[in-house]
Design a protein around this ligand. Structure first.
Ligand SMILES: [Zn+2]
Length: 422
């Protein structure tokens, strides 16, 4: 199967459906980037997570309204990522629900529209590329790796309602309309994760601490360091519930205690393996470039369907661990004071016999399928002549070719949007 065919098959994970998990618990999958859960209680419903847009939230709510017309009494955010909090206004309506989140809520909020001193324009541009916004569906954008390729974008990021209750205890039991829930802090993809345990039905709503892909330990839109060890520790915590159903923030629920145990154990072991291998490499004096090239999962994990790199990617995780723990410097003193990109390009191009010779090699590389080498040569040519149309067009062609070599949806989307920008 080609990478493109594999990524297309992964879309099946996001086929639109309201899945009953228990007589009173439902999962809406495929309506939005993220899943929404509804727990039907006495005289009211509990909503866990709310999607990234008001339109997607309206679609989910309409589907839930075919099941019950009870008012919304509680909304719970598993974490502060925008794809989980931006449809709350739709569910809240006039019902004035309690809105519950962690006291660490917003610690990882993607501040593309805030006044915090972050590179917000860069974050916005990179987020657009990661999620393939502006690409055609289904030809260019296949899916998001974590969600369907054809989610609605009307009201994107528009329906956030701030929490009214922030949980400070590590774990707390709450009874809501006769339903006993336990809310438990479990830092993972973000530090502010709050998972929801429905003991009666043995369902664990785990936010983004699990979904069917290698975990996104680094997001190419740009993100602060995600604490690998804390995430692995939280997977142990999730395992201790012995849940019968694992209800993730993205991708379909995992049903059956044995299946839940398998995916959580494999997820934990995959993260711990990447940490152990990266630490060992750093201790040998190797840098991120070398380690990203050679670290993979052991054979016992590499073929697992829930660890394929549709969303997260091992090489990016390795780099993120290096920079997250030691910072940007790879330990090689050559790199303390590098030539500027333009200086380096001028010297390499001169060494290679001039721009025409380098371009000729880049063109041959592209035609023979070595698109990455072509891109690396083209970046040197563009460092000395950024407006050159030939260089730019060949770079766009190489980016499109690289996109088809990827099973990783965020890489594919990033390549294709960057090509379109050129
Ligand atoms: Zn998410």
């Amino acid at each position: 199967m080609t990478p493109l065919e594999r990524l297309k098959n992964h879309s099946n994970e996001f086929r639109k459906e309201v899945i009953p998990l228990a007589p009173n618990v439902y999962c809406a999958v495929g309506f939005a980037a993220s899943n929404v859960y509804m727990i039907v209680a006495d005289q009211g419903i509990i909503i866990v997570d709310t999607t990234e847009s008001t339109k997607a939230a309206e679609n989910v709510f309409a589907a839930f309204r075919e099941i019950t017309s009870l008012p919304v009494r509680t909304i719970i955010y598993t974490h502060s990522h925008r794809d989980h909090i931006s449809g709350a206004r739709v569910f809240a309506g006039e019902d004035d629900p309690e809105i519950i989140a962690s006291h660490r809520f917003s610690s990882d909020l993607v501040a593309v529209d805030s006044d915090k001193p972050l590179p917000n324009k860069a974050l916005a541009a990179r987020t657009k590329r990661q999620f393939g916004i502006g690409l055609s569906f289904p030809d260019e954008r296949i899916n998001l790796g974590c969600g369907p390729g054809d989610r609605p974008l009307e009201g994107l990021g528009a329906g956030f309602v701030p929490p009214t209750t922030q949980i400070t205890e590590e774990r707390v039991k709450r009874e809501i309309g006769g339903i006993a829930l336990e809310l438990v802090h479990a830092p993972g993809e973000t530090p502010d994760h709050l998972v929801v345990w429905d003991h009666e039905n043995r369902i664990l709503i785990c936010g983004d601490n699990y979904y069917k892909s290698f975990p996104n330990l680094y997001a190419i839109r740009g993100t602060r360091y995600r604490d690998f060890d804390a995430w692995a520790d939280s997977l142990d915590l999730l395992l201790a519930f012995n849940a019968d159903t694992l209800a993730p923030g993205h991708s379909r629920p995992v049903v059956g205690a044995e299946n839940v145990r398998t995916v959580l154990t494999d997820y934990r072991d995959a993260i711990r393996h990447v940490v152990a291998e990266t630490v060992a490499g750093l201790d040998r004096g190797e840098g991120a470039d070398e380690l990203a090239d050679k670290i993979g999962l052991p054979a016992s994990l590499a073929e697992k369907p829930h660890l394929q790199e549709f969303y997260g990617k091992i090489a990016w995780a390795v780099r993120a661990y290096c920079s997250g723990t030691l910072g940007w410097f790879d330990g090689n003193p050559t790199n303390l004071d590098r030539l500027s990109p333009r200086q380096e390009a001028e010297k390499i191009i001169a060494l290679a016999g001039g721009e025409a010779a380098v371009f000729d090699t880049a063109l041959t590389a592209h035609r023979t399928g070595d698109h990455q080498w072509s891109l690396e040569l083209l970046d040197r040519l563009l460092a000395v002549d950024s407006e050159n149309t030939q260089y730019r067009l060949l770079k766009a062609a190489c980016l499109r070719a690289r996109a088809d070599e990827e099973i990783n949806a965020t890489a594919r989307n990033y390549y294709l949007v960057a090509a379109a920008e050129i």
